[in-house]
Design a binder for this molecule. Structure first.
Ligand code: 1PR
Length: 549
């Protein structure tokens, strides 16, 4: 089998890239030291996380010169995400650290005044308006395809500047900022997006690189709605996973977090809706933009011993080429044999098994409580700080499990309240959202506004906003909650809990400006497919990613 060399210098989900390459019929060999670099014919430099951290690692391990020599020798080179950023001069993210300086230009942080940062989701890599590549597909890139991006810094695009130096550029647009999505010249291809996480569209790009097919005619004229630039609305399928009474790991789904059958004749068994890996595959094929696994009883058992969850990720990442998030039990832990593991160790296990993001629930609440007790001082020791420090903010999601608490007047509680259009049982017109831990079993004296602001300060890159009152209700998302959280934070927010029909997705995007929306029960029970939700969204004028075979 033909071989491709990968440089594994930092942690992160390189497993998915290996899986993608192997699916295309290539074998991966690892570069373990600079002396291995000259042996490589085709070299891929993947990268996630922090520009300064990655580039310092290269320099410290003496990789910089070896990689530049490979590129200058004319042998094929592909950089992904930070692997693209490394080719430029420097980044605002860490101005003291230099890039390889092969392309002039500096990475700038996205303006977060008018949009969520990081930029997370599916966006274009469009060559159609650029000089020299009008009717050609550059390395398989198509104007009507979408690719998965996750980053806060980007190279601003200025028409003609890179082209004058012989580079071909594909761009994406986030808000009013146009930036470099992919760039290529001679033997070099670099993508800001993750092709290994971009479904069939991304695999096509990796294949074109591996086979040296730098350009080809576009197969058809793209349709106008699909080639519209900009970030699409993300639809996420969520799988709550736990062991049932027979000891099998199953996908389950609760009503207000109660996952047991109500019918006594069933022995109040844990609802079994299917097998996690099979269901993830099904949702991928229906066009889900991401898949999230939540290990919902992780607080009872030890995640380090919980190898089945790791195995689920390993299996899923072989066939599901969209981002995978794993939640449950991401915290400092002592294993059954007495060995201590930090939350970072546990997250590392998950990233190495194919996860792109970890989702932290209970531990984030405890960390936020301590943050306020310490006068809003960061300790540097929380799971969120440790994991985002090593893997970047975009790799850390905080999953919030709030419950409505009604009060007659906003003065009745020190917590942040909303004047609600849905009064409480005694006509109370105000509500605050109480954070809970242990899957909703324990309420804490901290509200969602406090929690989300604390975890954002710690470096969380995204909020997964559940709502216990709405969970499994099929009655639509809690729009008041989503709108309020969205107004309080700068990072992307995923609305969760309550989706029952496709229109609920349209409604939450329309009325709250949320970044992504998640469904579980309606998909698991077979009432609607992800594709039906996306078709509906498209019919209502929303920009969504079309599924490509
Ligand atoms: O606290 O870090 O160990 O993480 C535990 C994780 O498990 C948390 O993310 C928590 O939300 C989740 N969890 C714990 N117990 C339950 C339960 O259901 N008994 N599931 C649970 C939370 C909520 C959503 C659900 C949406 C959409 N599940 O993920 O998928 O509400 O449902 P719907 O569309 O059917 O309404 P830690």
């Amino acid at each position: 089998m033909p071989t491709v060399h990968l440089l594994d210098y930092v942690a992160g989900n390189v497993r998915s890239l290996v899986n993608a390459i192997e699916k295309l019929g290539y074998t991966v060999e690892w570069i373990k030291s600079p002396a291995d670099v000259p042996k490589a014919e085709k070299l891929i430099l993947p990268g996630v996380g922090h520009f300064g951290h990655c580039l310092s690692q290269f320099a410290k391990a003496d990789y910089t010169q070896a990689i530049c020599d490979h590129i200058k020798s004319g042998k094929p080179f592909m950089g992904i995400c930070v692997g693209l950023q490394a080719l430029f001069e420097s980044s605002e993210e860490d101005p003291a650290v230099h890039g390889f300086k092969l392309i002039p230009g500096k990475l700038k942080k996205f303006n977060d005044q008018d949009k969520s940062v990081p930029h997370i989701g599916w966006n274009s890599a469009n060559t159609s308006s650029k000089e020299g590549v009008t009717n050609e597909s550059l390395y398989g890139l198509r104007p009507d395809s979408k690719y998965y991006y996750v980053h806060s810094y980007a190279v601003p695009y200025q028409e003609g500047v890179f082209e004058k130096l012989g580079w071909s550029v594909a761009t994406a647009r986030y808000g009013d900022e146009e930036f470099v999505g992919a760039i290529a010249k001679d033997n070099v291809l670099a993508t800001q997006f993750h092709p290994e996480k971009s479904g069939a569209a991304g695999l096509r790009v990796i294949k074109a690189f591996l086979t040296g097919q730098k350009s080809a005619s576009l197969p058809s004229t793209p349709s106008a709605p699909d080639s519209q630039e900009g970030l699409t609305r993300r639809i996420i399928a969520c799988l709550d996973v736990r062991t049932n009474d027979q000891g099998d790991l199953v996908v389950t789904k609760g009503d207000q977090y109660d996952v047991r059958e109500k019918d006594p004749s069933s022995g109040n068994a844990v609802r079994n809706l299917g097998k996690p890996v099979d269901m993830a595959q099904k949702y991928y094929e229906q066009g889900a933009d991401e898949v999230t696994f939540l290990n919902i009883t992780s607080f009872r058992n030890c995640p380090v011993a919980d190898t089945p969850m790791l195995e689920i990720l390993r299996q899923t990442s072989k066939t599901v080429f969209v981002p995978l998030t794993i939640g449950g039990g991401i915290r400092d832990t002592t294993d059954v044999d007495g060995t201590s593991y930090s939350a970072l160790d546990i997250a590392t296990l998950y990233f190495k098994s194919g996860a792109d993001k970890v989702s932290i629930g209970s531990d984030a609440v405890t960390a936020a409580e301590e943050y306020f007790q310490n006068g809003k001082k960061l300790s540097g020791k929380t799971a969120i700080e440790q994991i985002s420090g090593a893997y970047g903010n975009q790799a850390v999601v905080v999953s919030v499990d709030p419950k409505r608490v009604y009060v007659a007047s906003a003065d009745d509680t020190p917590h942040h309240t909303i004047h609600t259009a849905f009064p409480g049982p005694n006509g109370e017109e105000h509500v605050w959202y109480q954070c809970t831990i242990k899957g909703g079993r324990e309420g804490r004296d901290i509200d969602v506004r406090q929690l989300t602001q604390a975890v954002e300060a710690m470096g969380c890159g995204e909020i997964l906003l559940n709502c216990i009152d709405k969970d499994g209700s099929n009655s639509g998302f809690d729009l008041e909650l989503v709108r309020d959280v969205k107004a309080g934070v700068g990072v992307p927010v995923i609305a969760s809990s309550g989706a029952g029909v496709p229109d609920h997705f349209g409604e939450v995007f329309q009325k709250t400006g949320v970044d992504a929306a998640l469904g579980a029960g309606m998909f698991h029970r077979g009432e609607y497919t992800v594709k039906q939700v996306k078709d509906y969204m498209r019919s209502q004028g929303f920009l969504v990613r079309k599924f490509e075979e």
